[in-house]
Design a protein around this ligand. Structure first.
Ligand code: KIV
Length: 259
């Protein structure tokens, strides 16, 4: 699937259900369960490699997992993360590494940051690379912000809104909003024409994303926005199907998963 087909779903009002995915077996299962976006997230540094942060993840790691995911789900929409240090130095560096992720099978790359990334986003988009932005809690900036909900005061909320508008103007086609007040996510959605995908950002987004291990109850200290869909579902396929159905119907996230 390519970006125009994905976006067509949101223009007809359908919510997008996204999940992180790191290997072929889960790619097959997630695709069969109706997941719209398989995200080869740099969360693999924590969920697969066992690091305390995403920072040690390299482009080679993301390429390896993207190739596996693509083999498992040949026609799925696959998004891959540009890892820490692979795009911040210059637009040309970002282009070089984004090209490696697309060659590995990704349909789109994701990068973290707001106005500071505008030039890079525009550089990629005008050279054939679809880009998803990522605002709010930025795991690659954990050394500055920690793993805490973001944009909870008025000034940082206004900054996030300005960043979202700037990323859209630069050509980003999707925007992930992580761990921000639900009210702010709703305001961002209202201001933008591009779809927003929330994780800990309330129900008023065009879609939702979760880290796969959070959905499967494998995370030792799950974040507030996580929900164990495996509990009570019986098997992995049913758990993912319940997640997709709940996102599409607007049942997930509930108020208790939001800030
Ligand atoms: O890497 C990842 O899993 C992500 C999600 C938190 C959106 O970026």
């Amino acid at each position: 699937m390519f970006l125009p087909q994905l976006l067509k779903k949101t223009t007809s009002g359908e919510k997008l259900a996204a999940l992180t995915c790191y290997d072929a077996g889960f790619a097959r299962l997630l695709d069969a369960a109706g997941v719209d976006i398989l995200l080869v997230g740099d969360s693999l540094g924590m969920t697969v490699q066992g690091h305390p942060t995403t920072l040690p993840v390299t482009v080679e790691h993301v390429v390896y997992h993207t190739e596996a995911v693509r083999r498992g789900a040949p026609s799925a929409f696959v998004m891959a993360d540009l890892p820490f240090g692979s795009y911040q130095a210059a637009p040309a560096q970002a282009m070089e590494n984004a090209a490696r992720l697309l060659a590995a099978g990704a349909n789109m790359v994701k990068l973290e940051g707001g106005s500071v990334m505008v030039e890079t986003v525009n550089f990629l988009v005008t050279r054939g690379v679809p880009v998803c932005g990522h605002l709010g809690l930025l795991p690659q900036s954990v050394n500055q912000s920690g793993y805490r909900a973001q944009a909870r005061d008025e000034a940082s909320a206004r900054q996030l809104l300005a960043d979202a508008v700037a990323l859209e103007a630069a050509g980003a086609a999707l925007l992930i909003l992580e761990s921000i007040p639900a009210r702010l996510a709703a305001e961002v959605r209202q201001r933008l024409a591009i779809p927003t995908i929330g994780i800990g950002a309330g129900a008023d987004c065009d879609g939702q994303v979760l880290v796969l291990t959070d959905l499967l109850g494998l995370t030792e200290r799950p974040p507030r926005f996580a929900k164990d869909f495996l509990a009570g579902a019986g098997n992995l396929g049913a758990a993912v199907q319940h997640y997709v159905a709940d996102v599409k119907a607007g049942r997930f996230p509930a108020a208790e998963h939001s800030f």
